[in-house]
Design a protein around this ligand. Structure first.
Ligand code: NAD
Length: 637
């Protein structure tokens, strides 16, 4: 028998876990197959809802299949586990955000990885045999698969209690704690599932729902809140040990079995998550920091050894209870940098409009990272790995994300007016061009009407940064839109700053480029002066690049041919960043300065010089660093 059955029945997408002999423990392959099925059913109108269930009466799913993780981890192969968890969390996230109802029937044990599959859907059904728990601290992990999200949302300090004791919840407890929605007698499930398959209507669940028999948790809340409101594991243990009650004794006994490091990190995780900025994405990110390190630095391998390999149930944890240094907690939960969890990491459908000097390498980097990129450029340019569409509309239809990289605001508005109406509702438009703040805000307003998200995200770093994937993105828009765009920024760049609401990215960009334009002029005129003073250009570079006159224009984009890193000066000043684009940007900053009455004399002078260069002195079509030969030719008069 297959471990999992995936099929369509009537109006339902049906997913049945069928490893009852292993309590339906989830393997990596099962998780991948579920993800692929959900992906395929997203745009299938015949599938109106998804039903998850499982064979056997002992468990919906008792957790992830951890034997394989142990085998790879003890060989020193931590990458396998990291990929397993990252892919599993991505699936949990997909279930939570799925556009159609997901109904799960949770009989018997639903634990750990089973919670990740069964408790993130829109309708979570429990019955008399249901027992839900997050037992990860017992094997040296922390509550993961998005469990920390539900724990952080549960009433009072219940999350801390459930997380560190691994206490099991019955139907009523699970509804109280936010892990389930409806109690329906298990004898009725087969008939209910049949009706759901026929109707495709999740609303009918309310007719079947009844009140569950009560559970113990609500009655324990006073004790739980009193003992679990400490800031650290140590605080919690102090209050529990100070009290001679049945609750304190049982709780301490349960905690005694678990990894102290895991429990301390669970408390810290919940402290960090609680509050208005809590999202599932944030919870998964924090969980992954721990799990990604758990084999090498945590107690995970020892926890599995004791639980399922040697079965001695005597794990030798790294720290004793109440004795976990805060530095050990910080070490497990500190950011992972480039290795961080990427929930929208692979296989997104991306449209890319404007495959010029910047756009083409950016689009190729996205394709190289495993995304499906369809591009269009009015000049017929192409980009490696990118499928070319016949027009902007074709490049935008049905995409998760559309990116524009165009010359100016007028062209952006024009393209946006064509593509927003055909983009999928809920998709995201990211404009990386440098344009005026008003154009960015106008497109943002149109995006709201079109029910799509919008981020203005101009870049810095030039074509070398676009090719190397080291751009800096400065972004404006909602936090949600930024979070969606950020994984793509991480591929195309090395840094992304969320600067504020719509237009804030462009505001940051024009200020940056006003500095860039004036600095390039200063660098070029200094080289021309140095020439006339008889100073060798290389010596000039050697001094200035490490002295107080250093700048990006000197150190990274030196306007003197043959000096410093390779730049457009070494390619006869072919752009690079064209002088007319710098003229455009300086115009944008002056226009913005006028609007808000800011005094910007250096920016105004730079605008005048670039206008003269581009319009009267043959600078059009040359790189903006070609100011150096211009100054070299001139005298003071
Ligand atoms: P580019 O001129 O090389 O590329 C722009 C592309 O847009 C061209 O290939 C053009 O054919 C295409 N295009 C124009 N109208 C179009 C339309 N209606 N539909 C489809 N495609 C269209 O310019 P670039 O250097 O790639 O710069 C793009 C943007 O990035 C600009 O806003 C620029 O200010 C900004 N930028 C450039 C640099 C740089 O170093 N080049 C650095 C930072 C920011």
């Amino acid at each position: 028998m297959n471990d999992i059955s995936i099929r369509k029945v009537g109006n339902a997408g049906r997913i049945t876990l069928q490893r009852p002999q292993s309590l339906n423990a989830m393997t990596y392959e099962m998780a991948c197959r579920i993800e692929a099925a959900l992906e395929g059913w997203t745009n299938e109108p015949a599938v109106k809802l998804i039903i998850f269930d499982a064979l056997g009466d002992r468990a919906f799913c008792s957790g992830g299949d951890i034997a394989e993780l142990y085998e790879t981890g003890t060989r020193g192969d931590y990458a396998y586990g990291q990929t397993f968890w990252a892919d599993e969390y991505r699936l949990n996230y997909k279930i939570f955000n799925y556009s159609k109802p997901i109904i799960s029937f949770l009989q018997g044990f639903t634990m750990g990885g089973g919670v990740g599959i069964g408790c993130h859907g829109s309708h979570r059904i429990v019955g008399d045999s249901s027992q839900i728990a997050m037992p990860e601290c017992g094997i040296g992990l922390i509550p993961d698969v998005g469990g920390s999200f539900m724990l952080a949302l549960s009433p009072g300090r219940l999350g801390e209690y459930l997380g560190v004791t691994a206490a099991r919840m019955n139907a009523s407890d699970a509804i109280f704690a936010g892990f389930a929605d409806k109690y329906i007698s298990e004898s009725k499930w087969p008939q209910l599932i049949e009706q759901l398959e026929i109707s495709g209507d999740a609303d009918q669940l309310t007719q079947w729902e009844t009140s569950p028999p009560s559970g113990p948790l609500q009655g324990l809340m006073q004790d739980i809140d009193r003992h679990f409101n400490g800031a650290s594991l140590g605080d919690i243990l102090i209050t529990l040990k100070a009290e001679n009650s049945e609750f304190a004794r049982t709780t301490l006994m349960r905690m005694h079995l678990n990894s102290p490091l895991s429990m301390a990190c669970t408390i810290e995780t919940l402290n960090r998550l609680r509050g208005p900025s809590l999202t599932l994405e944030k919870a998964l990110d924090l969980e992954y920091r721990f799990t990604a390190r758990s084999m090498e630095h945590g107690d995970f391998l020892e926890g599995i050894r004791a639980a399922i390999i040697d079965k001695d149930r005597k794990p030798k944890w790294q720290f004793s209870n109440g004795n976990v240094p805060s530095t050990a907690v910080s070490k497990m939960l500190m950011p992972l940098g480039k290795l961080r969890l990427k929930l929208r990491g692979k296989g997104m459908k991306i449209g890319f409009i404007g495959l010029g000097n910047m756009g083409a390498p950016m689009a190729s980097n996205l394709a190289n990272a495993g995304h499906v990129v369809t591009g269009f450029d009015i000049a017929g340019t192409i980009a490696a790995g990118v499928t070319i569409a016949t027009n902007a509309i074709e490049a935008s239809k049905g995409q998760d994300i559309v990116i524009t990289m165009l010359p100016d605001g007028a062209i952006l508005r024009n393209v946006a007016a064509k593509i927003i109406p055909v983009m999928r509702k809920g998709a995201t438009l990211i404009d990386c061009s440098t344009v005026d703040v008003e154009s960015a805000r106008a497109v943002a307003a149109d995006a709201i009407i079109g029910k799509i998200l919008f981020v203005d995200a101009p870049v810095s770093g030039g074509i070398s940064g676009a090719s190397a994937g080291t751009l800096t993105f400065m972004a404006g828009g909602s936090a949600n839109a930024f979070d969606i765009a950020n994984p793509l920024f991480e591929i195309m760049g090395q840094k992304a700053v969320h600067c504020g609401d719509s237009g804030a990215g462009q505001a940051a960009k024009i200020c940056n480029n006003m500095i860039l334009g004036t600095t390039m002029i200063a660098t070029c005129e200094a080289f021309a002066l140095a020439d006339k003073l008889g100073l060798n250009r290389q010596k000039m570079f050697d001094v200035v690049s490490t002295s107080s006159g250093n700048s990006w224009t000197m150190n990274s984009y030196c306007p003197a041919p043959g000096i410093g890193p390779v730049s457009p000066a070494d390619n006869e000043y072919k752009p690079g960043f064209a002088a007319e684009l710098m003229l455009k940007d300086l115009g944008l900053s002056q226009k913005a300065a006028e609007t808000v009455d800011a005094d910007t004399p250096m920016g105004a002078r730079a605008l005048e010089l670039y206008r003269q260069f581009v319009e009267d002195e043959g600078g059009k079509g040359m790189d903006f660093s070609a100011m150096l030969p211009r100054f070299s030719k001139r005298s003071r008069s």
